[in-house]
Design a protein. Sequence first.
Lengths: 151, 151
Amino acid sequence: MKRLLLIPIALAGLAAALPAAAQFQKPEDAVKYRQAVYTVMAAHFGRIGAMVNGRVPFDAAAAQTDAEIATMMSKLPFTAFGQGTNVGKTGAKPNIWTDQAKFTAAATKMQDEMAKLNAAAKTGNLEQIKTAFGATGAACKACHDDFRKKL
Amino acid sequence: MKRLLLIPIALAGLAAALPAAAQFQKPEDAVKYRQAVYTVMAAHFGRIGAMVNGRVPFDAAAAQTDAEIATMMSKLPFTAFGQGTNVGKTGAKPNIWTDQAKFTAAATKMQDEMAKLNAAAKTGNLEQIKTAFGATGAACKACHDDFRKKL
């Protein structure tokens, strides 16, 4: 019985060790996925921005939902930058794959600031949201400056 | 004082009454957003499918995360089908806007089945996940058959 049980455990270990890129059948699928994640993240982050900048009235519940969605999205794109995914119509600069430590640091910074924005949104305090929104936007921009092609 | 206070309340009421499409600056933004949401939803739903169909080993924690993301995505696209958003490169059929009750029912059915899949994923029981995955996939297909152009 012990021997039979070991097989699925070994397989599960192998799955955990698979590179994230293996979640995509083709490199183009990874590109499409990460672009979609950024689109959804930007839409909801932008809605918080509209409140922060006074373009639309502050709605604490909406801001909380938007921050929650943007935070979930912030965790997703970086599994889709595996080796071999610098293909097709991408805004990714090649240094993503040659300077991975710096890219990962920039990505992590954005995720950390977004998590703080999410926490701020839960307080319902617009001033806290403004501060966290600014810091998150700065983290987005810093990563884009270094790792995204100018459009 | 009473008079001054009434103004922001009236504005807030107006914002709540605004159509969901007003969350997008251009109709094309709504199209891009809903397509991105479906891309993210399909990617994570598909990963559960790979486990259900035995193409990859079952990983209960991964299935739970995938179901959580797919469920959050399932709530989002339908704010982006406002009047005037049948534009550009879209797979949406025109009857989305002429048979809205049926479209809403199909969308709601998918959301309900996805929520059940999310609940099943939390149990960690693959058989329950399989059943819920099948029902969710059927709800996706039913809506696509009626409201998405054949590719």
